[in-house]
Design a protein around this ligand. Structure first.
Ligand SMILES: [Ca+2]
Ligand SMILES: [Ca+2]
Ligand SMILES: [Ca+2]
Length: 424
Protein backbone atom coordinates (compact mmCIF):
# COMPACT_ATOMS: atom_id res chain seq x y z
CA UNK A 1 0.00 0.00 0.00
CA UNK A 2 1.37 3.38 -0.91
CA UNK A 3 0.31 6.73 0.46
CA UNK A 4 0.25 9.32 -2.23
CA UNK A 5 0.09 13.02 -1.60
CA UNK A 6 -1.86 14.81 -4.24
CA UNK A 7 -1.33 18.34 -5.38
CA UNK A 8 -4.03 20.99 -5.58
CA UNK A 9 -4.19 20.60 -9.32
CA UNK A 10 -6.13 17.37 -8.91
CA UNK A 11 -9.58 17.83 -10.46
CA UNK A 12 -12.61 17.79 -8.20
CA UNK A 13 -10.67 18.21 -4.99
CA UNK A 14 -11.70 21.68 -3.98
CA UNK A 15 -10.90 21.17 -0.29
CA UNK A 16 -7.38 19.91 -0.63
CA UNK A 17 -5.87 23.29 0.13
CA UNK A 18 -6.50 22.59 3.80
CA UNK A 19 -3.76 20.03 4.01
CA UNK A 20 -2.62 16.77 2.60
CA UNK A 21 -4.95 14.25 1.08
CA UNK A 22 -3.95 10.65 1.12
CA UNK A 23 -5.15 8.32 -1.55
CA UNK A 24 -4.05 4.75 -1.41
CA UNK A 25 -3.49 2.87 -4.58
CA UNK A 26 -0.82 0.83 -6.22
CA UNK A 27 1.04 1.64 -9.40
CA UNK A 28 1.70 -1.29 -11.67
CA UNK A 29 3.65 -0.11 -14.68
CA UNK A 30 2.46 -1.86 -17.78
CA UNK A 31 4.31 -2.39 -21.03
CA UNK A 32 3.36 0.27 -23.58
CA UNK A 33 1.31 -0.52 -26.64
CA UNK A 34 3.76 1.06 -29.09
CA UNK A 35 7.20 -0.18 -30.05
CA UNK A 36 9.95 1.53 -28.09
CA UNK A 37 12.34 3.83 -29.89
CA UNK A 38 15.00 6.24 -28.69
CA UNK A 39 13.27 8.87 -30.81
CA UNK A 40 10.36 8.80 -28.37
CA UNK A 41 12.59 9.97 -25.55
CA UNK A 42 13.63 13.53 -24.62
CA UNK A 43 17.09 14.48 -25.83
CA UNK A 44 18.45 14.75 -22.28
CA UNK A 45 17.36 11.19 -21.57
CA UNK A 46 18.98 9.87 -24.74
CA UNK A 47 22.24 11.58 -23.79
CA UNK A 48 22.26 9.92 -20.34
CA UNK A 49 21.42 6.53 -21.82
CA UNK A 50 24.28 6.96 -24.29
CA UNK A 51 26.68 7.58 -21.40
CA UNK A 52 25.34 4.92 -19.04
CA UNK A 53 24.79 2.22 -21.65
CA UNK A 54 27.32 2.80 -24.39
CA UNK A 55 26.11 1.81 -27.85
CA UNK A 56 22.45 1.49 -26.87
CA UNK A 57 20.06 1.40 -29.82
CA UNK A 58 16.39 0.85 -30.56
CA UNK A 59 16.94 -2.90 -30.65
CA UNK A 60 17.98 -2.82 -26.99
CA UNK A 61 14.80 -1.11 -25.82
CA UNK A 62 12.11 -3.29 -24.30
CA UNK A 63 9.65 -0.69 -23.07
CA UNK A 64 9.16 2.98 -22.27
CA UNK A 65 6.55 3.95 -19.69
CA UNK A 66 5.48 7.41 -18.59
CA UNK A 67 3.84 7.15 -15.20
CA UNK A 68 1.19 9.47 -13.75
CA UNK A 69 3.72 10.39 -11.05
CA UNK A 70 5.86 12.02 -13.76
CA UNK A 71 8.51 9.30 -13.75
CA UNK A 72 9.78 8.02 -17.07
CA UNK A 73 10.90 4.38 -17.05
CA UNK A 74 13.05 2.89 -19.78
CA UNK A 75 13.58 -0.86 -19.85
CA UNK A 76 16.49 -2.20 -21.88
CA UNK A 77 18.13 -5.54 -22.69
CA UNK A 78 21.82 -4.88 -22.26
CA UNK A 79 25.02 -6.75 -21.57
CA UNK A 80 24.38 -8.97 -18.59
CA UNK A 81 20.60 -8.76 -18.69
CA UNK A 82 17.64 -6.50 -18.31
CA UNK A 83 18.16 -3.04 -16.87
CA UNK A 84 15.82 -0.22 -15.96
CA UNK A 85 16.57 3.50 -16.13
CA UNK A 86 14.29 5.97 -14.36
CA UNK A 87 14.11 9.69 -15.11
CA UNK A 88 12.32 12.51 -13.32
CA UNK A 89 9.68 14.87 -14.77
CA UNK A 90 12.46 17.20 -16.01
CA UNK A 91 14.37 14.35 -17.63
CA UNK A 92 16.90 14.13 -14.80
CA UNK A 93 18.54 10.77 -14.18
CA UNK A 94 17.25 9.34 -10.89
CA UNK A 95 17.72 5.60 -10.78
CA UNK A 96 19.15 2.59 -12.59
CA UNK A 97 19.19 -1.05 -11.71
CA UNK A 98 17.78 -4.46 -12.39
CA UNK A 99 13.97 -4.35 -12.67
CA UNK A 100 13.88 -7.65 -10.81
CA UNK A 101 15.00 -5.99 -7.62
CA UNK A 102 17.44 -3.64 -6.01
CA UNK A 103 21.13 -4.25 -5.39
CA UNK A 104 22.12 -6.24 -8.44
CA UNK A 105 25.58 -7.04 -7.22
CA UNK A 106 26.33 -5.11 -4.06
CA UNK A 107 26.20 -6.15 -0.43
CA UNK A 108 27.07 -9.75 -1.15
CA UNK A 109 30.22 -9.58 0.88
CA UNK A 110 33.76 -10.19 -0.16
CA UNK A 111 33.92 -7.06 -2.24
CA UNK A 112 34.98 -4.47 0.24
CA UNK A 113 38.48 -3.86 -0.94
CA UNK A 114 39.25 -0.36 -1.97
CA UNK A 115 40.98 -0.44 -5.32
CA UNK A 116 44.16 1.51 -5.90
CA UNK A 117 42.63 3.20 -8.89
CA UNK A 118 39.51 2.95 -10.99
CA UNK A 119 39.68 1.59 -14.55
CA UNK A 120 39.87 4.36 -17.14
CA UNK A 121 36.51 3.39 -18.63
CA UNK A 122 34.87 3.87 -15.23
CA UNK A 123 36.61 7.21 -14.71
CA UNK A 124 35.46 8.36 -18.14
CA UNK A 125 31.81 7.50 -17.48
CA UNK A 126 31.91 9.21 -14.10
CA UNK A 127 33.41 12.33 -15.63
CA UNK A 128 30.71 12.59 -18.28
CA UNK A 129 27.73 11.50 -16.20
CA UNK A 130 28.61 13.18 -12.89
CA UNK A 131 31.22 15.87 -13.58
CA UNK A 132 30.58 17.56 -10.21
CA UNK A 133 30.90 14.35 -8.19
CA UNK A 134 32.93 14.52 -4.99
CA UNK A 135 33.84 10.89 -4.39
CA UNK A 136 33.61 9.75 -0.77
CA UNK A 137 33.83 5.99 -1.06
CA UNK A 138 34.83 3.32 -3.56
CA UNK A 139 34.34 -0.44 -3.25
CA UNK A 140 35.39 -3.08 -5.69
CA UNK A 141 32.73 -5.71 -6.21
CA UNK A 142 33.38 -9.08 -7.76
CA UNK A 143 30.26 -10.72 -9.06
CA UNK A 144 29.33 -11.37 -12.65
CA UNK A 145 31.86 -8.73 -13.60
CA UNK A 146 34.42 -6.69 -11.82
CA UNK A 147 32.47 -3.60 -10.90
CA UNK A 148 32.89 -0.59 -8.67
CA UNK A 149 30.48 1.03 -6.25
CA UNK A 150 31.15 4.74 -5.96
CA UNK A 151 29.41 6.93 -3.39
CA UNK A 152 29.68 10.67 -3.06
CA UNK A 153 28.08 14.08 -3.25
CA UNK A 154 26.83 16.03 -6.22
CA UNK A 155 25.77 19.60 -5.36
CA UNK A 156 24.50 18.54 -1.95
CA UNK A 157 22.80 15.39 -3.15
CA UNK A 158 23.87 11.94 -2.04
CA UNK A 159 24.74 9.68 -4.97
CA UNK A 160 25.54 6.00 -5.32
CA UNK A 161 26.51 4.40 -8.60
CA UNK A 162 27.76 0.96 -9.58
CA UNK A 163 29.77 0.81 -12.80
CA UNK A 164 31.17 -2.30 -14.43
CA UNK A 165 34.83 -2.29 -15.47
CA UNK A 166 33.83 -1.82 -19.10
CA UNK A 167 32.21 1.48 -18.27
CA UNK A 168 28.50 0.62 -18.25
CA UNK A 169 26.25 1.70 -15.39
CA UNK A 170 24.66 -1.17 -13.49
CA UNK A 171 23.04 0.76 -10.68
CA UNK A 172 22.43 4.41 -9.91
CA UNK A 173 20.55 6.32 -7.24
CA UNK A 174 20.39 9.97 -6.25
CA UNK A 175 18.95 11.30 -2.97
CA UNK A 176 18.72 15.07 -3.14
CA UNK A 177 17.31 15.69 0.35
CA UNK A 178 19.61 13.06 1.86
CA UNK A 179 16.84 11.41 3.87
CA UNK A 180 17.89 7.90 2.89
CA UNK A 181 15.30 7.48 0.13
CA UNK A 182 16.20 7.93 -3.50
CA UNK A 183 14.34 10.57 -5.50
CA UNK A 184 12.67 7.98 -7.75
CA UNK A 185 11.15 6.15 -4.78
CA UNK A 186 9.93 9.40 -3.29
CA UNK A 187 8.31 10.64 -6.51
CA UNK A 188 6.74 7.25 -7.17
CA UNK A 189 5.10 7.32 -3.75
CA UNK A 190 4.14 10.98 -3.76
CA UNK A 191 6.66 12.00 -1.11
CA UNK A 192 8.79 15.10 -1.44
CA UNK A 193 12.30 14.44 -2.85
CA UNK A 194 13.39 17.90 -1.70
CA UNK A 195 12.08 17.64 1.88
CA UNK A 196 13.71 15.13 4.19
CA UNK A 197 10.53 15.02 6.32
CA UNK A 198 7.61 14.96 3.91
CA UNK A 199 4.87 14.77 6.56
CA UNK A 200 6.50 17.13 9.09
CA UNK A 201 6.39 14.67 11.99
CA UNK A 202 10.16 15.09 12.58
CA UNK A 203 11.05 11.59 11.42
CA UNK A 204 13.08 11.63 8.18
CA UNK A 205 11.43 9.88 5.25
CA UNK A 206 14.11 7.18 5.13
CA UNK A 207 13.76 6.36 8.82
CA UNK A 208 9.99 6.10 8.41
CA UNK A 209 10.27 3.78 5.44
CA UNK A 210 12.84 1.56 7.14
CA UNK A 211 11.24 1.31 10.57
CA UNK A 212 7.53 0.89 10.01
CA UNK A 213 6.41 4.51 9.70
CA UNK A 214 4.84 6.22 6.73
CA UNK A 215 6.80 9.11 5.16
CA UNK A 216 3.53 10.61 3.92
CA UNK A 217 1.36 10.15 7.02
CA UNK A 218 2.26 11.85 10.28
CA UNK A 219 -0.11 9.56 12.20
CA UNK A 220 2.06 6.53 11.38
CA UNK A 221 5.44 7.00 13.04
CA UNK A 222 8.41 4.64 12.86
CA UNK A 223 9.54 2.37 15.65
CA UNK A 224 12.83 3.75 16.95
CA UNK A 225 12.84 2.44 20.53
CA UNK A 226 14.10 -0.95 21.64
CA UNK A 227 13.95 -2.01 25.27
CA UNK A 228 15.68 -4.83 27.10
CA UNK A 229 16.28 -5.67 30.74
CA UNK A 230 19.87 -6.13 31.88
CA UNK A 231 19.47 -8.59 34.76
CA UNK A 232 23.08 -8.28 35.87
CA UNK A 233 22.88 -4.54 36.35
CA UNK A 234 19.15 -4.52 37.17
CA UNK A 235 18.54 -1.72 34.71
CA UNK A 236 16.28 -1.23 31.76
CA UNK A 237 18.37 -0.45 28.71
CA UNK A 238 16.44 1.60 26.22
CA UNK A 239 18.09 1.92 22.82
CA UNK A 240 16.92 4.71 20.56
CA UNK A 241 17.75 4.72 16.88
CA UNK A 242 18.70 8.34 16.39
CA UNK A 243 19.22 10.47 13.35
CA UNK A 244 21.17 13.65 12.85
CA UNK A 245 19.69 17.05 13.45
CA UNK A 246 17.38 16.17 16.35
CA UNK A 247 17.66 15.57 20.08
CA UNK A 248 16.08 12.58 21.76
CA UNK A 249 14.87 11.88 25.28
CA UNK A 250 12.88 9.23 27.05
CA UNK A 251 9.51 9.58 28.72
CA UNK A 252 7.89 7.16 31.15
CA UNK A 253 4.32 6.58 32.25
CA UNK A 254 3.95 4.78 35.57
CA UNK A 255 1.39 2.06 36.21
CA UNK A 256 -2.04 3.62 36.78
CA UNK A 257 -0.92 7.02 35.55
CA UNK A 258 -1.74 8.74 32.30
CA UNK A 259 1.00 11.34 32.60
CA UNK A 260 4.19 11.07 30.58
CA UNK A 261 7.20 12.21 32.56
CA UNK A 262 10.49 13.12 30.98
CA UNK A 263 13.52 11.13 32.12
CA UNK A 264 16.86 12.79 32.33
CA UNK A 265 18.77 14.59 29.61
CA UNK A 266 18.19 14.70 25.89
CA UNK A 267 20.92 13.29 23.70
CA UNK A 268 21.97 14.65 20.33
CA UNK A 269 21.08 12.34 17.44
CA UNK A 270 24.04 11.23 15.36
CA UNK A 271 22.59 8.53 13.14
CA UNK A 272 23.66 5.81 15.57
CA UNK A 273 21.78 3.96 18.34
CA UNK A 274 21.95 5.73 21.71
CA UNK A 275 21.46 3.90 24.99
CA UNK A 276 19.61 5.10 28.05
CA UNK A 277 19.92 3.14 31.30
CA UNK A 278 17.15 3.52 33.87
CA UNK A 279 16.29 1.60 37.04
CA UNK A 280 14.46 -1.65 36.47
CA UNK A 281 12.33 -1.62 39.59
CA UNK A 282 10.03 0.62 41.65
CA UNK A 283 8.40 3.31 39.57
CA UNK A 284 9.69 1.82 36.35
CA UNK A 285 8.31 -1.65 36.98
CA UNK A 286 5.57 -2.09 34.40
CA UNK A 287 5.92 1.50 33.25
CA UNK A 288 5.46 2.48 29.63
CA UNK A 289 8.45 4.05 27.93
CA UNK A 290 8.62 6.11 24.80
CA UNK A 291 11.29 8.02 22.92
CA UNK A 292 10.51 11.62 22.10
CA UNK A 293 12.24 14.04 19.80
CA UNK A 294 13.12 17.38 21.33
CA UNK A 295 11.78 20.17 19.16
CA UNK A 296 14.10 22.51 17.37
CA UNK A 297 17.23 20.71 18.41
CA UNK A 298 17.85 23.58 20.81
CA UNK A 299 19.21 21.50 23.66
CA UNK A 300 21.95 20.23 21.41
CA UNK A 301 23.79 23.51 21.15
CA UNK A 302 25.12 23.41 24.66
CA UNK A 303 25.92 19.73 24.37
CA UNK A 304 28.37 20.26 21.56
CA UNK A 305 31.85 20.87 22.84
CA UNK A 306 33.23 24.12 21.53
CA UNK A 307 36.54 23.36 19.82
CA UNK A 308 37.76 26.84 20.70
CA UNK A 309 37.47 26.07 24.40
CA UNK A 310 39.80 23.14 24.15
CA UNK A 311 42.69 25.25 22.93
CA UNK A 312 45.25 25.58 25.64
CA UNK A 313 43.52 23.17 28.00
CA UNK A 314 45.83 21.07 30.13
CA UNK A 315 46.04 17.37 29.44
CA UNK A 316 43.34 16.24 31.86
CA UNK A 317 43.32 12.49 31.25
CA UNK A 318 39.60 12.24 31.92
CA UNK A 319 38.73 8.56 32.25
CA UNK A 320 36.81 6.96 29.40
CA UNK A 321 34.40 5.38 31.88
CA UNK A 322 33.69 5.30 35.58
CA UNK A 323 33.38 1.56 36.11
CA UNK A 324 34.88 0.58 39.45
CA UNK A 325 35.55 4.19 40.43
CA UNK A 326 34.15 6.28 43.21
CA UNK A 327 33.08 9.91 43.34
CA UNK A 328 33.27 11.51 46.74
CA UNK A 329 30.69 14.19 47.41
CA UNK A 330 29.98 16.34 50.44
CA UNK A 331 28.47 14.98 53.63
CA UNK A 332 30.57 11.86 53.50
CA UNK A 333 28.58 10.46 50.60
CA UNK A 334 30.18 8.37 47.90
CA UNK A 335 28.99 7.50 44.44
CA UNK A 336 30.26 4.04 43.60
CA UNK A 337 30.07 3.21 39.89
CA UNK A 338 29.81 -0.58 40.00
CA UNK A 339 29.09 -1.28 36.34
CA UNK A 340 28.86 0.72 33.14
CA UNK A 341 25.22 1.56 33.85
CA UNK A 342 24.58 0.99 37.53
CA UNK A 343 25.98 2.32 40.78
CA UNK A 344 25.29 3.01 44.45
CA UNK A 345 25.15 6.13 46.55
CA UNK A 346 26.75 5.21 49.86
CA UNK A 347 26.16 7.31 52.98
CA UNK A 348 27.72 6.73 56.39
CA UNK A 349 29.76 3.71 57.30
CA UNK A 350 29.60 0.53 59.31
CA UNK A 351 26.20 -0.20 60.84
CA UNK A 352 24.82 3.19 59.76
CA UNK A 353 25.61 2.70 56.11
CA UNK A 354 22.76 3.64 53.77
CA UNK A 355 22.98 2.44 50.19
CA UNK A 356 20.80 3.89 47.43
CA UNK A 357 21.13 2.33 43.98
CA UNK A 358 21.11 4.43 40.86
CA UNK A 359 21.42 4.06 37.12
CA UNK A 360 23.74 6.39 35.30
CA UNK A 361 25.18 7.47 32.01
CA UNK A 362 28.63 8.91 31.60
CA UNK A 363 29.86 10.70 28.60
CA UNK A 364 33.23 12.21 28.03
CA UNK A 365 32.81 15.52 26.26
CA UNK A 366 36.35 16.70 25.75
CA UNK A 367 39.81 16.63 27.17
CA UNK A 368 38.72 18.15 30.46
CA UNK A 369 34.97 17.76 30.44
CA UNK A 370 32.51 15.00 31.10
CA UNK A 371 28.94 14.63 32.21
CA UNK A 372 27.35 12.16 34.58
CA UNK A 373 23.59 11.74 34.68
CA UNK A 374 22.29 9.81 37.69
CA UNK A 375 18.78 8.41 37.86
CA UNK A 376 17.52 7.54 41.33
CA UNK A 377 14.41 5.55 42.01
CA UNK A 378 12.58 7.00 45.02
CA UNK A 379 9.19 6.66 46.68
CA UNK A 380 8.07 9.67 44.66
CA UNK A 381 9.05 8.03 41.39
CA UNK A 382 12.47 8.88 40.07
CA UNK A 383 14.80 11.80 40.17
CA UNK A 384 17.74 12.68 38.03
CA UNK A 385 20.88 14.55 38.87
CA UNK A 386 23.18 15.81 36.19
CA UNK A 387 26.79 16.63 36.86
CA UNK A 388 28.75 18.62 34.38
CA UNK A 389 32.30 17.84 35.33
CA UNK A 390 35.35 19.94 34.66
CA UNK A 391 38.44 18.05 35.66
CA UNK A 392 41.77 19.36 36.71
CA UNK A 393 44.82 17.67 38.13
CA UNK A 394 44.62 17.48 41.87
CA UNK A 395 48.30 16.87 42.34
CA UNK A 396 47.78 13.70 44.35
CA UNK A 397 48.07 10.27 42.84
CA UNK A 398 45.69 10.06 39.98
CA UNK A 399 42.93 12.13 41.57
CA UNK A 400 40.93 14.83 39.87
CA UNK A 401 38.63 17.52 41.13
CA UNK A 402 35.32 18.20 39.48
CA UNK A 403 34.64 21.82 40.31
CA UNK A 404 31.65 22.60 38.17
CA UNK A 405 28.34 20.86 37.99
CA UNK A 406 24.78 21.17 36.79
CA UNK A 407 21.92 19.97 38.92
CA UNK A 408 18.80 18.14 38.00
CA UNK A 409 15.93 17.85 40.41
CA UNK A 410 18.01 17.03 43.46
CA UNK A 411 19.05 20.64 43.82
CA UNK A 412 20.76 20.41 47.18
CA UNK A 413 21.92 16.85 47.44
CA UNK A 414 25.45 17.19 46.21
CA UNK A 415 26.57 20.75 46.54
CA UNK A 416 30.23 21.39 46.78
CA UNK A 417 33.33 20.06 45.18
CA UNK A 418 33.94 16.40 44.91
CA UNK A 419 36.66 14.18 43.64
CA UNK A 420 36.88 11.10 41.52
CA UNK A 421 39.21 8.56 43.00
CA UNK A 422 41.16 7.04 40.18
CA UNK A 423 42.55 4.10 42.11
CA UNK A 424 39.73 2.87 44.31
CA1 LIG B 1 15.32 11.54 -0.48
CA1 LIG C 1 12.10 13.26 1.18
CA1 LIG D 1 8.33 12.19 8.56
Amino acid sequence: MRGTRTGCTAPGLGWCGAGFLFIFFAIFPQAPAKAASLEDLPDAVVVVLGEAATGIGDDDLIAIVEEPSGLLRVWCELIGGEREFVFGPAGDFLWAGSPDGPALVVNKGGGDERPDELPQAVVDVLGRLLPELEIQGVREIEDIWDSFEITGDVEGASVRVVIAFGGWVLEFEIDRDRDGLGDAVEIENGWDPLDSDSDDDMFPDGVEQERGGNPGDASVTPRVLDIRYDAESKVIVATVETFEGCDFFLEAQGVGSDVWVRIGEAVRGNGLPQEFAIPGDGFFEGALLRATIATGGSTGAEDTPDPANSVGEPDCSVPADLVGRQMVVTGGKRLHFKTATRGELVEGSGGDMLITPFAYTFDKRGKCEARVTLTFNTVRGFETTVYRLTFREDGSAGAFIANEFEQGELEDAFHGNFTITMNP
